[in-house]
Design a protein around this ligand. Structure first.
Ligand SMILES: Nc1ncnc2c1ncn2[C@@H]1O[C@H](COP(=O)(O)OP(=O)(O)O)[C@@H](O)[C@H]1O
Ligand SMILES: [Mg+2]
Length: 220
């Protein structure tokens, strides 16, 4: 299994390098309230991972409490059904809250869906026990009035994020390769491209180094 899947953070505590965001999300876990959050940042910085960890920490049931969409698949009928029925019912298990996770919000194609969401997420309509989490690599093209419904959480792809990732990567390496095996050389450079760091990219590189090591061990 890919390292990024097997080491996907299970709780907010395992999401590294985004301290300001995580602090606020933990506050939401302690005192849940209806809200619309937008996680914005480049690929591989932990937006989807943080969303999943938040859902887990909230104790929301992944079957009856979580509704997950890629924005490009969200149709007007789905929006009507979700807000007209699903979010009016209490989830059958776990926390009484629903989470609507919309990945890649910038990919909403239909202006009808855009308008319906804008309407449903307005303060007058927002269901009592709903938390909306959207992710986006770049929200600059989003309709301004839809964007206004969301509180934006910027995810960093800079040096402090990269540094926090090194520690987790070293820990993952130890789990996989054994406690006394040194990290491959040049690991600090692995996740960087064009001045931005991606943990996904770094984990893919680490996975490659592990495979190489396994191959060498078999050959020896
Ligand atoms: N901040 C982070 N803390 C811990 N792991 C991370 C972080 N960011 C990325 N990862 C790892 O990389 C994988 C891909 O990250 P993901 O959350 O899907 O990125 P995106 O920002 O593109 O949604 C995750 O499953 C996780 O294993
Ligand atoms: Mg994502």
């Amino acid at each position: 299994m890919r390292l990024s899947r097997s080491y996907q953070p299970r709780t907010l505590d395992e999401v590294v390098g985004q301290p300001a965001v995580i602090r606020q999300l933990k506050r939401l876990v302690a005192w849940p309230q209806p809200c619309c959050l937008l996680f914005e940042g480049l690929g591989g910085v932990g937006k989807s991972a943080a969303a999943k960890a938040l859902i887990q920490d909230l104790g929301v049931c992944p079957f009856s409490g979580l509704v997950e969409y890629s924005a490009s698949n969200l149709s007007i009928d789905e929006v009507r059904r979700l807000f007209g029925q699903t979010f009016r019912l209490r989830p059958m298990a776990g926390n009484p809250w629903h989470v609507l996770l919309i990945e890649e919000l910038e990919l909403i194609v239909s202006r009808h869906v855009n308008a319906a969401l804008k309407d449903e997420l307005g303060e007058q309509h927002m269901p009592e026990r709903l938390i909306v989490v959207a992710t986006s690599n770049d929200a600059s093209g989003l309709d301004e009035s839809l964007l206004q419904r969301f509180e934006v959480f910027p995810f960093s792809a800079g040096p402090t994020f990269a540094e926090a990732c090194q520690e987790r990567l070293a820990w993952i390496w130890q789990q996989e390769a054994g406690p006394y095996v040194p990290m491959p050389l040049g690991m600090e450079q692995m996740g960087w491209r064009n001045g931005n760091y991606s943990m996904r990219r770094a984990m893919t590189a680490l996975g490659g180094a592990l495979e190489l090591r396994c191959g060498e061990e078999v050959a020896a």
